[in-house]
Ligand binder design. Structure first.
Ligand SMILES: CC(C)(COP(=O)(O)OP(=O)(O)OC[C@H]1O[C@@H](n2cnc3c(N)ncnc32)[C@H](O)[C@@H]1OP(=O)(O)O)[C@@H](O)C(=O)NCCC(=O)NCCS
Length: 148
């Protein structure tokens, strides 16, 4: 694999982010303007992964009270299974201040994402029935250990 860089997103990245979001989330995609709004929220962080200077994926997280809520993560299918998603999750935790756990919701039929989160140490803590229309949401979380 080439050189991977994870950095905070700028306005100029939002077109590529919204395009990938539409590709992987289809009917549940966010609008371009939703991502514009995220850049203005002080508790929100939008990270971009670049592989050899090519946009490869993004992750969006909210830092609220003692939790990081993972809102969105996607890696371009061409670049999946190269640990880019893992690198995005690790980088999200670098920005933790008072937060000591990361929480997320994933559709119960998204087996690849559930396998991905499990590989990173997330565990299932609950379920919300019919959260995504016909599919339930699995709630997962992971404790963040601070090195200090
Ligand atoms: C989930 C996603 C972000 C993972 O990104 P990625 O860069 O491919 O993941 P990684 O390469 O870091 O995977 C790390 C580990 O997770 C597991 N994993 C990842 N994708 C998997 C898959 N499709 N099937 C089974 N296990 C998988 C594996 O254990 C993998 O390690 P390995 O490749 O050495 O076996 C990516 O598949 C994606 O964008 N999916 C579509 C969007 C989505 O569903 N987002 C989550 C919504 S809640």
């Amino acid at each position: 694999m080439g050189k991977l860089i994870i950095r905070q997103a700028h306005y100029d990245d939002l077109e590529a982010i919204a395009r990938l979001d539409a590709l992987v989330f289809d009917q549940n995609a966010w609008s371009f303007n939703s991502f514009v709004n995220e850049l203005q929220l002080h508790f929100s962080k939008l990270l971009v992964a670049e592989l050899d200077a090519t946009f490869a994926g993004f992750a969006l997280a909210w830092y609220i009270a003692d939790e990081i809520q993972l809102m969105r993560i996607a890696v371009n299918p061409v670049f999946q299974r190269n640990k880019i998603g893992s690198a995005l999750i690790h980088n999200i935790t670098y920005y933790a201040q008072n937060q000591n756990k990361m929480v997320l919701e994933v559709a119960n039929n998204n087996t690849q994402a559930i396998a991905f989160y499990t590989s990173l140490g997330f565990y299932r803590v609950g379920v919300r029935k019919n959260y995504y229309h016909l599919n339930s949401a699995i709630l997962m979380e992971k404790i963040i250990y601070h090195e200090d």
